[in-house]
Design a protein around this ligand. Structure first.
Ligand code: SF4
Length: 227
């Protein structure tokens, strides 16, 4: 399998005047795809962090995740060849290509992010997100569906795309599913809801699950804490 690192340049637009992590690219607000995992857990934490600008230190799990992620990236870069998206797509017509930290952006839907790992082959694409543990929560799936939508919308729409979740730092793929028309329509609706939150047209709904609040890093400052 060829190891190719995407050397991408892209229109970064400009920062939103009041909302952290949101950029305005073209005429469209553009948010990080990782928000979709957070949104599925409790979208009120997006409000606290990015709209209210509450800054908290990363917790132990986050620091551990970053450390493993960086180790994997360093290993990959030892053997990877840096190249363009056109060359990656061209090579993948005949050979399997593995890439990491693969940037995707859909200007149309207003989403962007880095795919942890992607396998590109002549017949199909596998998009992999690394997570702690081995339970496939719908919020995690939404994040991968959004990568798939951005890939399909901006890079290539004529191959089968599979979405996968893998235990971070291992080869254990614990969920793998084709990106279907139904998944696509569903994630488009969720993305539109987040765009409505950004535009102030929808309200942020806090979770009702006290177990989520108990382990939420915002629980000491959140007025909706149920724990
Ligand atoms: S404390 Fe609960 S309601 Fe508040 S942001 Fe965290 S998970 Fe959401």
């Amino acid at each position: 399998m060829d190891l190719l690192e995407l050397n991408s340049t892209y229109d970064n637009g400009r920062a939103h005047p009041t909302i952290h992590q949101v950029r305005i690219i073209g005429n469209q607000t553009n948010f990080p795809i990782s928000w979709l995992n957070i949104q599925g857990y409790c979208e009120y934490s997006i409000y606290l962090e990015n709209f209210q600008h509450i800054k908290l230190k990363a917790n132990t799990a986050m620091l551990k995740g970053t450390r493993i992620h960086n180790q994997l990236e360093e290993e990959f870069q030892k053997d990877a060849i840096s190249t363009t998206i056109d060359e990656i797509i061209e090579t993948s017509q005949t050979e399997e290509v593995l890439s990491r930290e693969f940037f995707v952006m859909s200007k149309e839907y207003g989403i962007r992010g880095f795919i942890d790992e992607i396998w590109l082959g002549p017949d199909s694409i596998v998009i992999i997100d690394d997570k702690p543990g081995d339970k496939a929560y719908f919020s995690m799936k939404n994040q991968v569906y959004a990568y798939a939508l951005a890939f399909k919308n901006s890079i290539c729409n004529d191959k089968k795309i599979e979405c996968a979740l893998r235990t971070r730092g291992t080869d254990n793929i614990f969920w793998r599913e084709e990106f279907t028309k139904e998944s696509e329509e569903n994630i488009k609706n969720i993305i539109q809801h987040v765009q409505n939150l950004i535009a102030g047209e929808d309200d942020f709904i806090p979770t009702k699950n006290p177990n989520k609040c108990r382990v939420c890093r915002f629980n000491k400052v959140c007025p909706n804490n149920k724990s």
